[in-house]
Design a protein around this ligand. Structure first.
Ligand code: PLP
Length: 493
């Protein structure tokens, strides 16, 4: 049998030694991410082929592990922290966010109960309250931190489902939840949820998970600026009621994924109130902009919502993952999920929040600490200033598109995403899609900038999203030059 000495963790001295090396590595990386192609050039299977098929039997020196990180892992990394990452929604992990994340791993607390780490629970309450104030949301919204917006939205829709009057879904399941006024069992009712045709797929996934089903999600058409048509929503609810559906929830989006359009939340809120259905607002990307005081209008109407999700890991410089669900009906959220077995009962449960009561998972990471580091280090004004800068960069890029004879803009730019396409002379509509697809492939293949795409009104559309904390005007110039050069090559090819 081995001696006990060989069974413990890495020694503090060795940890310190490698820890300094790791910090140096990260500092160099953050200082010069442009050394790497922003989009990985790895081919499928590259890493799997490079690594042994079986784990090492004996432990290895950490220096070798770090060397292999450079050799094998780095080539397959797409650099989301690169300032010319303009694809999807550009995100960033800032220095203070990374430092905060280290404490989360070092403490390794499980933030399931107040008792299992009072600081984790109370810091979650404090930081979500600070951000609520920064966004100008009403005081009756409380925050809960989850990993992603998909889970925040799932939990919000679960609370909406739990709030359906007279249904006992929690106890009986969707099929058996219904009763006649006499108390006798009634045939099941089909739940219906409403969202615009541009809603994020996480809403459909939540419906699948919660037994609402894809057929239970009714997509409402949008207007010429890709915003939900509120009158069509009202008509759909009316029609559904006549046909035996049970409308229970609407999801409005502030900043849709493809185009950052903004649904008319004040009108939608009025309809939800009249119809007595839950209003959830998806502000996963767009909600953050409300920390800029002059942009707060973007959340107009959200004061009437039942819940709203915002992702600090998208545009608030916090490393992935950290999403906040703000909810005005925490009792409904708790009712949807709270289930306390004997071994988790605590004496102080009436005085404190036990966050395990507000979601399906028991174990919870100490995510609030990285948000606290970010909010403290930059301050509300520092964060607003950085987002304001991104808005200015997006306007600058949109102006170049508007002035160019070779490009056209395909959607308004209320946030920091520009939707556009190349449209040089001599190309008809039928050939523009393949031209733009080739153009995107060429730009991304060059490795200096990374763009993504969507389809708008059937047109292949390029998306340039600004949101990385290190992006400057220089990177916008670079993107524009790369696009123009690649276009000349694509037109010629
Ligand atoms: N909602 C919107 C509007 C989004 O743009 C996204 C992702 O981009 C999501 C939800 C899902 O976010 P997450 O990856 O945090 O689940």
């Amino acid at each position: 049998m081995e001696g006990e000495d060989s069974l413990g963790d890495m020694s503090p001295e060795e940890f310190r030694l490698h820890g300094y090396r790791v910090i140096d590595w990260i500092a160099d990386y953050l200082g010069h991410p442009e050394r790497f192609p922003v989009l990985s050039k790895a081919r499928p299977g590259d890493l799997k082929k490079a690594l042994p098929e079986s784990p090492p039997a004996a432990g290895e020196d950490m220096s070798e592990v770090l060397a292999d990180l450079d050799r094998f892992i780095l080539p397959g990394v797409t650099h989301w922290n690169h300032p010319a990452f303009f694809a999807y929604f550009s995100v960033s992990s800032s220095g203070p966010g990374i430092l905060g994340e280290m404490f989360s791993a070092a403490f390794n607390v499980n933030a399931m109960l107040w008792k299992t780490s009072p600081s984790a629970t109370e810091l979650e309450e404090v930081t979500t309250e600070w951000l609520r104030q920064m966004m100008g949301l009403p005081e009756d919204f409380s925050g809960v931190i989850y990993d992603t917006a998909s889970i925040s939205t799932l939990c919000a829709i679960a609370a909406a489902r739990e709030s359906v009057p007279g249904a006992r879904i929690r106890e009986e399941g969707v099929a058996g939840a219904w009763a006649e006024p006499s108390g006798a069992p009634a045939p099941p009712k089909r739940l219906r949820l409403y969202a615009s045709e541009h809603v994020h797929s996480s809403v459909d996934k939540a419906a699948i998970t919660l037994g609402v089903g894809q057929a239970g999600v009714r997509k409402i058409p949008t207007d010429d600026q890709f915003r939900m048509d509120a009158r069509a929503l009202e008509a759909a609810i009316r029609e559904d009621r006549e046909n035996g559906w049970l409308p229970f929830c609407a999801v409005a989006t502030v900043g849709t994924t493809s185009i950052t359009s903004i649904d008319p939340v004040p009108e939608i809120a009025g309809i939800c109130k009249r119809e007595n259905i839950w209003l959830h607002v998806d502000g996963a990307y767009g909600g953050s902009i409300a920390v800029v005081p002059e942009m707060r209008w973007i959340l107009e109407g959200c004061e009437h919502a039942d819940s709203i999700v915002v992702n600090p890991h998208k545009w608030l410089f916090v490393p992935i993952d950290l999403s906040i669900l703000y909810c005005r009906r925490m009792d409904a959220l708790r009712q949807a999920f709270s289930l306390v077995p004997e071994f988790l009962r605590t004496a102080e449960s009436d005085e404190v929040k036990n966050f395990m009561d507000y979601g399906p998972q028991l174990g919870r990471r100490f995510r609030a600490i990285k948000l606290w580091f970010v909010l403290r280090y930059f301050g509300a004004e520092g964060i607003a200033g950085r987002i304001r800068h991104h808005l200015a960069l997006a306007r600058d890029f949109a102006e170049r598109v508007d002035k160019s004879p070779d490009f056209e803009r395909l959607a308004p730019v209320p946030f920091s995403l520009v939707c556009f396409r190349a449209r040089p002379a001599g190309f008809d509509e039928a050939s523009l899609d393949s031209l733009n697809e080739r153009l995107m492939g060429r730009v991304n293949g060059r490795g200096k900038v990374f763009l993504s795409h969507t389809k708008l009104d059937g047109k292949f559309t390029l998306r340039l999203a600004i949101g990385n904390i290190r992006t400057t005007r220089e990177h916008i110039d670079l993107a524009w030059d790369e696009l123009n050069e690649a276009l000349s090559e694509s037109v010629g090819s």
